[in-house]
Design a protein around this ligand. Structure first.
Ligand SMILES: NC(=O)c1ccc[n+]([C@@H]2O[C@H](COP(=O)([O-])OP(=O)(O)OC[C@H]3O[C@@H](n4cnc5c(N)ncnc54)[C@H](OP(=O)(O)O)[C@@H]3O)[C@@H](O)[C@H]2O)c1
Length: 447
């Protein structure tokens, strides 16, 4: 629990808490934190009665124009951020080992809680940071260091305590996954797929850490430590990158019913643990094979509860910023003597909102009708649809039942409101040429 020194402002008839953040770094993730705070202002008010503002940022080049960040004081002098008594929380998003390690240590010594996205730092220096933070009674959050927007560390720390983990298998490097799935879909070479990833912003100008497997290894080090209660030890891992994966192997694997993915595995067996981050073949029907592009996915296998899969954006400005803001939220003391509100919103933050009438929701629809074998039946059906403004995207007439006079018709409509479909169904049910009750179901578009 921390005590914030910043000013109190009045809002919602209550004293709203003000939190001031100092950023170390204002690049991809840092600017995402600034943007997301702006986007989620109202939500933070309703949930925590709190306003969070980034006041200062440490950067290499303070004179660079940073759209959306004009109100932030940019400086090259770390002390200006770390020693500012008005800064309540330090968010480290500069990356690398030094000087980030040194700055975080100084923040902790100044009794400022720290949130970081720096996996290298946690994987390689986590224990010294945690020891210092414990001695100084200061919190350190690092959810953003693994799998970006997927809150996997929260799950491991808090939600899985009664389900001993037997194995965690994850696609946790978006660059590797983008390259491998691009090779697979386009029959491209590794080099051309890497260039495409760089052109689209899914790979760094210097991609060595990603494609060599080290980035996944840093994340796996953290995951394994939290899953099995072992020390953070990068050297315990077997790490192989994807640089040597050839297009022909991707092709041959597909012929055999497999996909190649860069996968991190932390596995507990009777004879010990195995930690590895390497390219592997996975069955093409498996959940991991369905993970395309720069997305991440993590499968947790447990004793007792069974298996769970978490899927989402593993990197990116706003996704990573979301994990940082959730760590900041965890640092907030409860707004009153009461504990965190049971529904996650403060009582005064719970507000009724307009509900959309079901009839106004748009979907494509699946339609299954049995027509009597008689002249004009199909025309009557399509006429009923047309009268209700329904057009068909696809229609098939599977083989009918030879013992009866029923002719099945199956169709997918274009997107239409439920009200139109309800009206059309009423109409179709009453047609003389329709046998039995027609079936209609909404088609939900989801990955
Ligand atoms: N990008 C992602 O999607 C992502 C996802 C998860 C975790 N992360 C982690 O988040 C951290 C930041 O990543 P990023 O992509 O935001 O990096 P980035 O875009 O390169 O931004 C780095 C920022 O830090 C500043 N900086 C770097 N070294 C500095 C130094 N020695 N002194 C002062 N300022 C310095 C830079 O200043 P200038 O702007 O002046 O150059 C820049 O503002 C890394 O640890 C990364 O692993 C990133």
């Amino acid at each position: 629990m921390i005590c914030f020194q910043a000013e109190i402002v009045e809002a919602m008839g209550l004293a709203m808490r003000q939190i001031n953040v100092g950023l170390l770094g204002l690049g991809t993730v840092g600017s995402g934190v600034v943007a997301l705070l702006e986007q989620q202002r109202e939500l933070w008010q309703r949930r925590f009665n709190t306003r969070v503002d980034v006041r200062k940022a440490l950067v290499r080049n303070p004179s660079r124009h940073r759209p959306g960040c004009e109100h932030i004081v940019c400086t090259q002098n770390a002390a200006e951020v770390l020693n500012d008594p008005d800064i309540d929380i330090i968010v480290e998003v500069m990356g690398g080992a030094q000087p980030a390690l040194n700055y975080i240590q100084r923040a902790i010594e100044n009794h400022k809680p720290v949130v970081t996205a720096n996996k290298l730092l946690i994987a390689c220096h986590g224990h010294e940071l945690f020891d210092l933070a414990q001695r100084e009674n200061v919190s350190i959050g690092f959810e953003a260091s693994v799998a970006g927007g997927i809150p996997i560390l929260h799950v491991l720390r808090q939600s899985m305590i009664n389900a001993p983990i037997t194995r965690i298998t994850g696609i946790i490097n978006g660059t590797c996954n983008f390259i491998l799935s691009h090779m697979e879909q386009n029959g491209e070479t590794f080099t051309r797929s890497l260039s495409e990833a760089q052109a689209l912003g899914f790979a760094e100008a210097d991609p060595a850490t990603d494609i060599g497997g080290l980035d996944a290894a840093h994340k796996l080090t953290i995951i394994a430590s939290m899953a099995f209660g072992i020390p953070l030890k990068l050297s315990a891992l077997t790490v192989t990158g994807i640089e040597n994966i050839a297009a022909i192997d991707v092709f041959r694997a597909r012929e055999l019913g497999y996909c190649i993915r860069h996968v991190a595995v932390a596995e507990r067996r009777e004879d010990g643990l195995s930690l590895r981050a390497e390219p592997v073949l996975v069955e093409d029907q498996s959940l991991l094979a369905s993970v395309q592009g720069a997305m991440n996915a993590i499968v947790i296998e447990t004793e007792g509860v069974g298996d769970m899969m978490f899927y989402g954006p593993g990197a990116g400005s706003l996704a990573t910023a979301s994990a940082i803001l959730s760590d900041i939220a965890d640092l907030l003391p409860a707004p009153s003597s009461a504990s965190t509100p049971p529904l996650g919103f403060l009582p005064q933050g719970i507000t009724s909102q307009p509900m959309i009438q079901p009839g106004l929701i748009h979907h494509p629809w699946y339609l299954h009708v049995h027509l009597k074998e008689q002249a004009g039946a199909m025309a009557a059906l399509t006429g009923a649809l047309a009268q209700n403004d329904i057009s068909l995207e696809r229609i098939v007439q599977p083989q009918g039942d030879t013992d009866t006079d029923r002719v099945p018709v199956i169709a997918i409509t274009h997107e239409i409101p439920r009200a139109c479909m309800d009206a059309a169904m009423e109409h179709i049910r009453n047609l003389n040429c329709v046998h039995a009750k027609p079936v209609f179901l909404p088609v939900l578009t989801i990955y």
